[in-house]
Design a protein. Structure first.
Length: 366
């Protein structure tokens, strides 16, 4: 039973373990800074370390559950969670996750035994990487377009799509009290299905869930972020359970990710307070594009493994090294930029505090 629920697909020495912790830390910093789970960095990072893609996704979605539970509680205290919206989306997100788990598991075991042994994970790694590249490219390009539009970077999100969908007669409609919007239930259910599918396929559901809430439903940004975390809590639990029964969750990786991310998330969260929103969006888009490019570099490895390419197997290590180097360079550069602004912001606040103390001391002396 234990082997069924929790697998071990990679030999963890001290070096690999430390790299997973670093992945968790960088992912945590990016998560706190961007507002996403950081899976767009951690999932490909684990794949570069030799973890099968489906195991990386499974371990990541399990790790996401705990973080989402804490994050949604904090947002709930601030009144930023529309539980009704999240629970409507949960209904179909479970279906999307179940479909994703079935596809990933089937591809992983297509050429091997019940645990993928004997066949490798080329088919599932190729599938996960292709979906990752396609979806994250669209997300990054959309973010860059918003940032580069002169005079529009600080404007509220556009309601054009939400207003257009509102004119289409698609009953029944539901009124979301916290978000203060009226939306067709069908649109919510379709968005939930897509969010669940992507969360179960590549471990990145928030990049679809949050934009869907903002641009399709017209939900305020803060409420969208809080509601997606509440949704992610349920999706993480359901995804972890489904992957565990397939024997795909490596609890060692999950715990190591927690170890790094719980420290990093506080650093990133502070960075949000001292960095302009435009800069946050720009940094996010650039990092995502570099992560996409990193995955693209690794594609020839998986094409050869499934027999669609006849490249020299000796080149695999160089493709993986280049992919890994670019990914870590992107993550470390992003973290250094965030840390720089955190230190800069702290010094500025400290300077203001000291100035106020001096000003406050003058009347007392007089």
């Amino acid at each position: 039973m234990e082997q069924l629920l929790f697998g071990q697909y990679i030999s963890l020495d001290v070096g690999i373990a430390l790299q997973v912790v670093v992945l968790g830390f960088i992912g945590g910093v990016l998560s706190g800074f961007i507002g996403s789970g950081g899976a767009f960095f951690m999932t490909p990072g684990m794949m570069n370390l030799g973890v099968p893609g489906v195991v990386a996704v499974a371990s990541n979605i399990t790790h996401k559950f705990g973080k989402a539970m804490v994050g949604s509680r904090r947002h709930g205290e601030m009144g930023n969670v529309d539980k009704r919206l999240s629970l409507y989306m949960v209904a179909t997100s479970f279906i999307g996750i179940r479909i994703a788990v079935w596809i990933n598991s089937t591809l992983f075991r297509m050429e091997g035994d019940s645990h993928g042994a004997g066949g490798g994970s080329g088919a599932s790694d190729l599938y996960i990487s292709a979906v990752f590249i396609g979806i994250l490219s669209l997300v990054a390009i959309s973010m860059l377009r918003d940032v580069l539009k002169k005079g529009e970077a600080d404007q509220a999100p556009s309601r054009k799509i939400a207003d257009a969908l509102g004119k289409i007669y698609l009953p029944p409609y539901v009124h979301l009290k916290v978000a203060d919007v009226r939306v067709s239930l069908w649109i919510i259910l379709v968005a939930g299905l897509a969010t669940g599918y992507l969360a179960g396929t590549i471990g990145v559901g928030g990049f679809i869930g949050v934009p869907a809430m903002i641009y399709l439903f017209g939900v305020p940004t803060a409420v969208a972020a809080g509601s997606e975390l509440y949704l992610a809590m349920y999706m993480g639990a359901w995804g972890a359970l489904n992957y565990a029964f397939q024997g795909m969750v490596d609890l060692r990786l999950t715990m190591l990710l927690y170890l790094g991310s719980l420290v990093g998330i506080f650093v990133g969260a502070y960075g949000v307070k001292v960095v302009k929103e435009v800069a946050i969006r720009l940094v996010t888009a650039v990092i995502i594009l570099l992560c996409v490019l990193s995955r693209a570099i690794a594609i020839p490895i998986y094409l050869r493994q499934v027999g669609w390419s006849e490249t020299d197997p000796a080149l695999d290590q160089y493709f993986n090294l280049a992919s890994k180097a670019l990914l870590f360079a992107a993550g470390i550069s992003g973290v250094l930029m965030i840390l720089f602004n955190v230190v800069k912001g702290y010094r500025q606040r400290r300077k203001v505090h000291l100035t106020m103390e001096k000003v406050g001391a003058v009347p007392e002396v007089a």
